[in-house]
Design a protein around this ligand. Structure first.
Ligand code: AMP
Length: 176
C-alpha cells in the first residue's frame, strides 16, 4: 500500500468540529499506529533533510508530536512555538487568524541565532495563518526559515501561497 493511502486511511474527518462548517482532520489514529507514525516521520524527514536545517520548530500542540522525532532523526534541536504565557523567558508574540478562529504564538527571543536554518513543522496547513505567524516569529530572531512541512495540506485554502520564500512540503492533500 502506498504511504499516501496509509495516511489517508488513518486521518479521520470530523465534520463541524470545532465549529459548524469545519471538517477537522483528526490525526490521532495515525499517531496511534506505530508503523504509520514512523513512516510519516521518516517521510517528513526525507522531505526536509536536503535543506540542511539546524533546528525543527514545532507549533503547539500537534506540531510538538512531530518535531521531537523528526529532530532526533535529523540530529538537530527543537524550538517550541507556544501558546501565550507558556514560555518562561523573554518572548515575542504574533497574533493571527486560522481556519477556525484567532490565536497567538510566542517564541523565546533567544531561541535561535542568525546563522540558524529552521524548518517549521505542524500537523496541518489550512489558510496558512499559523505557519505564517511561525515564520514571522522565527525571522524576528534573525534566523532563516528554510522550509515548512505538514502531514496534511488543504490546498483549496491557499496556505502555501502565504509562505513566500519557504519550501513547503506536505505528505497528503485533502479535498475538503
Ligand atoms: P491555518 O492557520 O488556517 O493554516 O490552520 C492550521 C492550524 O490550525 C494547524 O495548527 C492545525 O492543527 C489547525 N487546523 C486548522 N484547520 C484544521 C482542520 N481542518 N483540521 C485539523 N486541524 C486544523
Amino acid at each position: 500500500m502506498s504511504h499516501s493511502r496509509i495516511y489517508e486511511d488513518r486521518i479521520r474527518d470530523v465534520p463541524d468540529f470545532p465549529k459548524p462548517g469545519i471538517v477537522f482532520k483528526d490525526i490521532t489514529p495515525l499517531l496511534a499506529d506505530v508503523k504509520a507514525f514512523t513512516a510519516a516521520i521518516e517521510d517528513l524527514v526525507a522531505a526536509v533533510r536536503d535543506l540542511q536545517p539546524t533546528h525543527v520548530a514545532g507549533i503547539e500542540s500537534r506540531g510538538f508530536l512531530l518535531a521531537g522525532p523528526m529532530a532526533e532523526r535529523l540530529e538537530v534541536g527543537v524550538i517550541p512555538l507556544r501558546k501565550p504565557g507558556k514560555l518562561p523567558c523573554q518572548t515575542w508574540q504574533e497574533d493571527y487568524t486560522l481556519e477556525y478562529g484567532e490565536a497567538s504564538l510566542e517564541i523565546h527571543q533567544d531561541a535561535c541565532a542568525p546563522t540558524d536554518r529552521i524548518v517549521v513543522v505542524d500537523d496541518l496547513l489550512a489558510t496558512g495563518g499559523t505557519a505564517t505567524a511561525a515564520v514571522h516569529l522565527i525571522r524576528r530572531t534573525g534566523a532563516e526559515v528554510v522550509g515548512a512541512c505538514f502531514v496534511v495540506e488543504l490546498p483549496f485554502l491557499g496556505g502555501r501561497d502565504l509562505l513566500h520564500g519557504v519550501e513547503v512540503h506536505s505528505l497528503i492533500e485533502a479535498k475538503e
